[in-house]
Design a protein around this ligand. Structure first.
Ligand code: SAM
Length: 279
């Protein structure tokens, strides 16, 4: 176990800075002051980040840390931090590590006893979720579905019994397919589709998946988030009934895993509940 204080003058620290998801007014004064103090900025796309900093009259040396070089670049940053350099990492938009690189960097820093502190800012899914009017008590953030249709379908099959609100990131060129797939796998759930958050064209759509069939798909441009209400169907089976169903599949030659999956699939019963009963 480790205990690392963030703000101790002598101790090494990495800052993760959340950047605006659209409106530049959301780049906080704390973020601006901190960037000014840094010796080195690591960024997903250095050109974008230097452009952003330029708007605030800041110029800094920058190095690239993106998905394909995350480990190697993280090691380099850790060396710099250990030498006493002040280093921050910024994503193109929103929080590092949220459908963006950053998690491995944070992990390696912690392994090297380097504090990781976050400068708060915009996050697309938090904006969408909080204005969705869909239950925010418990939610599950999925981010992007696979770009391969079969894999995306499998992911949705895994998610369809979740009771929690589910949040997806999506892009305009895939939105039609994703909405169709959601309707096919989840049934006619209530959703909120939100696009261009914090920007001049911000728009929020609310309704059932079947209603989205009627809208002009070309009008759904820009960056977008889909918030989907959780599965509120009640499990109507008693424990004995569930055990009987699984035993039936087992008697037909299925192995335990397949029998549990089939029962879960057919009768919309949570896998964990079945596993508890079939030990
Ligand atoms: N790190 C970011 C965050 O904290 O939200 C997410 C980056 S991810 C690469 C980009 C995706 O986030 C977009 O495809 C879109 O789904 C969502 N997104 C980012 N900015 C958005 C905005 N202004 N409005 C709606 N969705 C946005």
């Amino acid at each position: 176990m480790k205990r690392i204080k963030s703000f101790n003058n002598e101790a090494p620290i990495l800052y993760l800075i959340a950047t605006p998801i659209g409106n530049l007014g959301e780049f906080s004064s704390r973020a601006i002051d901190l960037v000014k103090e840094m010796d080195l900025i690591a960024a997903e796309d250095t050109r974008n980040t230097l452009d952003l900093l330029h708007r605030f009259n800041i110029s800094k040396p920058a190095i690239s840390l993106r998905e394909h070089n995350e480990i190697e670049a993280s090691r380099k940053l850790i060396d710099e931090i250990k030498k006493g350099k002040k280093v921050a990492y910024m994503s193109d938009a929103g929080y590092p590590g949220i459908s963006d690189p950053g998690y491995l960097l944070a992990k390696l820093c912690i392994e090297n006893d380097i504090a990781v502190s976050v400068i708060s800012g915009g996050c697309a899914f938090i904006n969408a979720l909080t204005s969705s009017g869909i239950d925010t008590t418990h939610f599950y953030f999925h981010g992007f579905l696979s770009s391969k249709p079969n894999e995306a379908k499998e992911e949705l099959e895994e998610l369809k019994n979740k009771k929690e609100t589910i949040v997806f990131y999506e892009s305009p060129h895939r939105i039609e397919k994703t909405l169709n797939l959601l309707l096919e796998v989840f049934g006619d759930r209530y959703i909120s589709l939100q696009r261009e958050l914090t920007k001049i064209n911000e728009e929020k759509l609310y309704g059932y998946l079947s209603e989205f069939k009627n809208i002009d798909i070309n009008s759904l441009k820009g960056e977008m988030v889909i918030v989907v209400s959780g599965n509120d169907k009640k499990e109507e089976f008693t424990d004995d009934e569930i055990i009987l169903k699984v035993n039936y599949f087992l008697s037909k030659g299925m192995d335990k895993k397949a029998a549990i999956e089939t029962a879960s699939e057919l009768y919309n019963i949570r896998k964990n509940r079945i596993k508890e009963l079939i030990k």
